[in-house]
Ligand binder design. Structure first.
Ligand SMILES: NC(=O)c1ccc[n+]([C@@H]2O[C@H](COP(=O)([O-])OP(=O)(O)OC[C@H]3O[C@@H](n4cnc5c(N)ncnc54)[C@H](O)[C@@H]3O)[C@@H](O)[C@H]2O)c1
Ligand SMILES: O=P(O)(O)OC[C@@H](O)[C@@H](O)[C@H](O)[C@H](O)CO
Length: 398
C-alpha cells in the first residue's frame, strides 16, 4: 500500500520512466507527474488510471500496479509544468543524455519560482540516464545564464540540490499493443550520491542505494552492463541477429562479449580496487541478464544512438582509452568499436544516419577526433584510426 502526500515530477514517460523510476516513486508514496513531449502518450496516461509493471525472468513473473499519476505536455503546457516543479519534492528524468539541455529551461523556471526560506526544502533533482555525471550535466544547463539569471545563482542551492545516479534495469521496447504496461527484468539497481542531500534530508525513495562515492558504481555499470549489452547488440546487428538473446546464442559473439568484458574488468579492478573475483561474478551475472530469454530486446534498441555510444566517456572508448594508457589489452573493445562504426543508416535511428555521413565526409583521423574525442597523443589513437579506415575502405568497396 502506497504512502501518500509527496510529489515527483518525472521527465520522460518511456520505458525506464514508467517501468522503473515512476514505479519506485509510486511505491514510496509519491504522486508522479510525468512530463513528456509525446502527445499521444500524454493523452493515454491521462486517460488510463492504472498500468502494470510486469517483471519477467527464470524465477517466474510478478506484477506491480501503478496509480496516482498524471501527465503534462512540456511543449504545450510549460506554465503548468513550472507550477508542478515549484511545488514538487523531487524531479527525476529519463529522457536520454542528449535531451537534458532541452528539459533544463522549464526546470530552471520551476526552481526559480520556489521559496528559498525554511518553509520549503530544496528540490531534489536526480537524472536517471546512462551517462557519467548526467545530473551534473543537467544542473550545468539549468544554471546556464540563458536559463537562470546569474544574480540568482548564489541562492540556487536553497531552492535545488543535484545528485548523480547510476540506474540499472533492462527495459526493452514495449509491445505497441500493451498500452502503458511495461515488461522488464526482475533485477534492478538504483544507486544515488547522497552527499548533496545530507544537510537538507535524503528523500525517502524505497529501493535506492545511497552512497558517498558514486564513481565506482556508475563506471562499473556503464563499463560492464552497457559495454556487454552493446557488444552483443552491434556484433548481433552486423550478423543479422534480431535480439540480444539471439546474438548471444552465437558462440563467436559470446566470445566477443566475454572478451570485451574481460578487458573492461582489468581496468575496473585496477582502478577502483574491486576484487577480481567480485568483478568476474558481476560480469557473469550481467551476461546472464542480457541473455534473458524472456526479454525481447531488439539489437536496434540496444545499439541506438551510435554517435553517443562512440563518444569519449562512453561504454567502449571510455574503458578502452584508459586501458590503452595503462598498456592493458583492448582488442575485443576495438572489435566492438568497429561493429559500432558499421551500425549505419539504421531505420529510425538518426545518429546512425549522421554517422554514415560523417564516415563519408571525413578522414579517419578527423572521425576519431570528432566522434571519439581522442587526440593524436593518446595511445589508443592509431588503433582507432586503423578501425575507422577499415570500415571506410569496406564501405567504398560495397
Ligand atoms: N531502457 C532501459 O533499459 C534503460 C535502463 C537504464 C537507463 N536507461 C536510460 O534511460 C533513458 C531513457 O531510456 P528509455 O529506454 O526509457 O527511452 P524511451 O525512448 O523509452 O523514453 C524516453 C522518453 O523521453 C521522452 N522525451 C523525449 N524528449 C523529451 C523532452 N524534451 N521532454 C520530455 N520528455 C522527452 C520521449 O517521448 C520518451 O517517452 C536513457 O538515458 C537510457 O540510457 C534506459
Ligand atoms: O539506453 P542506452 O541507449 O544508453 O543503452 C541501451 C541499453 O544497453 C540500456 O538501455 C540497458 O538496457 C540499461 O542500461 C540496463 O540498465
Amino acid at each position: 500500500m502506497a504512502k501518500m502526500g509527496k510529489k515527483a515530477v518525472h521527465f520522460g514517460a518511456g520505458n525506464i520512466g514508467r517501468g522503473f523510476v515512476a514505479c519506485f516513486l509510486h511505491n514510496s508514496g509519491y504522486e508522479v507527474v510525468f512530463a513528456d513531449v509525446n502527445g499521444d502518450l500524454i493523452d493515454t496516461i491521462n486517460a488510463t488510471p492504472s498500468y502494470r509493471v510486469i517483471e519477467v525472468g527464470s524465477e517466474g513473473t510478478s506484477e506491480n500496479t501503478i496509480t496516482n499519476y498524471r501527465a503534462i505536455n512540456s511543449r504545450t503546457h510549460e506554465d503548468d509544468l513550472v507550477d508542478e516543479i515549484r511545488t514538487a519534492d523531487v524531479v527525476t528524468c529519463s529522457v536520454g543524455p542528449n535531451i537534458l539541455k532541452f528539459i533544463a529551461p522549464v526546470i530552471a523556471k520551476g526552481i526559480d519560482a520556489r521559496a528559498d526560506g525554511p518553509e520549503q526544502t530544496p528540490l531534489h533533482v536526480i537524472a536517471c540516464e546512462n551517462a557519467i555525471g548526467a545530473t551534473d550535466t543537467l544542473a550545468g544547463h539549468i544554471k546556464d545564464a540563458r536559463n537562470t539569471s546569474p544574480e540568482r545563482l548564489d541562492s540556487h542551492h536553497l531552492r535545488a540540490r543535484y545528485a548523480n545516479s547510476a540506474i540499472d534495469r533492462i527495459v526493452p521496447a514495449q509491445d505497441p499493443n500493451a498500452g502503458l504496461d511495461v515488461t522488464l527484468e526482475k533485477f534492478f539497481e538504483w544507486v544515488v550520491d547522497k552527499t548533496p542531500f545530507e544537510d537538507v534530508g535524503i528523500p525517502s525513495i524505497d529501493g535506492i542505494n545511497w552512497v558517498d562515492n558514486l564513481a565506482p558504481y556508475i563506471e562499473r555499470k556503464l563499463y560492464t552492463v552497457n559495454t556487454g549489452h552493446a557488444t552483443a547488440a552491434y556484433h548481433g546487428y552486423n550478423r543479422r541477429k534480431r535480439t540480444v538473446f539471439d546474438a548471444l546464442q552465437d558462440k563467436q559473439i559470446m566470445a566477443e562479449v566475454r572478451g570485451a568484458l574481460t578487458e573492461s574488468k582489468n581496468l575496473l579492478v585496477a582502478k577502483h580496487g574491486i576484487s577480481e573475483d567480485a568483478q568476474i561474478a558481476y560480469m557473469n551475472k550481467i551476461i546472464k541478464r542480457i541473455g534473458n530469454p524472456h526479454l525481447e530486446d531488439a539489437v536496434e534498441r540496444v545499439g541506438r544512438a551510435p554517435l553517443r555510444k562512440l563518444s569519449r566517456k562512453e561504454r567502449f572508448v571510455g574503458p578502452a582509452a584508459e586501458a590503452a594508457e595503462n598498456n592493458m589489452p583492448i582488442d575485443y573493445l576495438l572489435d566492438a568499436i568497429e561493429m559500432t562504426f558499421r551500425f549505419q543508416d539504421v531505420e529510425g535511428d538518426d545518429e546512425s544516419k549522421e554517422l554514415s555521413a560523417i564516415m563519408s565526409d571525413n578522414t579517419p583521423e578527423d572521425v576519431v577526433a570528432k566522434v571519439c574525442g581522442i587526440q593524436a597523443t593518446e595511445k589508443i589513437y592509431p588503433r582507432l584510426v586503423e578501425v575507422v579506415k577499415r570500415v571506410q575502405d569496406d564501405s567504398r568497396e560495397d
